[in-house]
Write a protein that binds this ligand. Structure first.
Ligand SMILES: Cc1cc2nc3c(=O)[nH]c(=O)nc-3n(C[C@H](O)[C@H](O)[C@H](O)COP(=O)(O)OP(=O)(O)OC[C@H]3O[C@@H](n4cnc5c(N)ncnc54)[C@H](O)[C@@H]3O)c2cc1C
Length: 287
């Protein structure tokens, strides 16, 4: 199928993009990598009157390491994250997630901001942002505002972004010494969206788990932390036995719905198996 008719604008600055979004309100849609939006147009699942193509706005791109955080511009491509020495060094969780996102052609165009603004519940980068305690920065007519990752993902394809706002970047705190992370997902074929995924981050210093953030994706309408599981790990020896003992808590944390991939019981089982595998891969965990 072909996309419905639309007008096309290619602003050169954030200010120009915001003016266009303010002018056209609900009838405008931001175009970043186009890897989700263009199929939605072609399937007529979206029919914006105006596409605001932000690909020429240099200020939206790039990875910058500051004293306390790593800033990822919204327009930074998945492939750029995968190639970045700064991401590999400071945010190994993000580096580990990238090869699971689709295929090289899609990673060459798809953007960090597009993935987070879309809010697909089975996407990898939103889960990493939540596990690492990132803060999103959105710009609108009234200036910029900061939104913690835990408040950003509101539900199925729903985020805290308001009409007329542009996601411009996210800041990821630099991990503290002794912190480790691990990532894994189960998909029918490599590159497919996850049936279930886990992004974990926390301290294994002193051979004990502490401050664990264990995020599941692909099992609910948005990525979410497993609070009881995290609590069961707190202060326990960083060892396989502690992980096995805590896995039962996932019955309370997760209530997956049946989907095309399997029944609710199957998804819960897969989530437990995957969580066990992922946590045991963390640096500092004795297996
Ligand atoms: C075959 C296929 C397989 C895929 N597999 C995966 C996968 O396994 N995991 C995964 O995570 N993704 C997957 N994707 C999606 C891919 O990662 C997309 O890149 C991503 O979902 C959207 O990013 P984009 O830059 O292409 O955004 P676009 O398609 O351009 O936009 C997506 C949405 O976000 C909005 N938007 C974009 N940028 C901004 C911004 N800066 N501010 C406000 N709103 C904005 C757009 O208006 C639109 O609503 C797949 C895509 C395809 C086609």
């Amino acid at each position: 199928m072909k996309a419905p008719r639309f007008a096309y604008a290619r602003p050169a600055s954030i200010a120009e993009a915001l003016a266009l979004l303010a002018e056209h309100k609900d009838e405008a849609r931001v175009l970043a990598g186009g890897q989700s939006l263009v199929p939605m147009l072609n399937f007529r699942l979206a029919a914006p009157r105006v596409l605001v193509d932000v690909n020429r706005i240099a200020a939206l791109s790039g990875i910058k390491v500051a004293k306390n955080h790593v800033r990822i511009g919204a327009l930074t491509r998945h492939a750029e994250l995968g190639r970045s020495a700064d991401i590999a060094r400071h945010l190994p969780l993000v580096a580990a997630a990238i090869p699971h996102i689709a295929h090289p052609a899609i990673r060459n165009r798809g953007t960090f901001g597009g993935s987070c603004a879309l809010g697909d519940p089975a996407a990898e980068l939103p889960a990493c942002a939540l596990a690492l305690g990132a803060t999103f920065i959105a710009a609108g007519k009234k200036g910029e505002r900061r939104i913690a990752a835990q408040d950003f993902f509101k539900g199925l394809y729903a985020t805290a972004l308001k009409p007329g706002e542009l996601l411009i970047a996210a800041e990821f705190p630099l991990p503290k010494p002794g912190y480790a992370s691990a990532f894994g997902e189960l998909a029918r074929r490599h590159g497919d969206y996850a049936m279930v995924g886990v992004a974990a981050h926390g301290s294994t210093q002193g051979k004990k788990f502490s401050d664990m953030r264990v995020v599941f994706f692909g099992v609910a309408d948005r990525p979410g932390r497993a609070a009881q599981f995290e609590r069961a790990l707190e202060g326990r020896p960083a060892a396989a036995e502690s992980i096995e003992a805590a896995l039962a808590k996932l019955d309370a944390d997760l209530s997956p719905r049946a989907d095309l991939h399997g029944s609710a019981a199957t998804k819960l089982h897969l989530a437990k198996v995957l969580a066990g595998r992922v946590l045991k891969q963390m640096d500092g965990v004795a297996t």
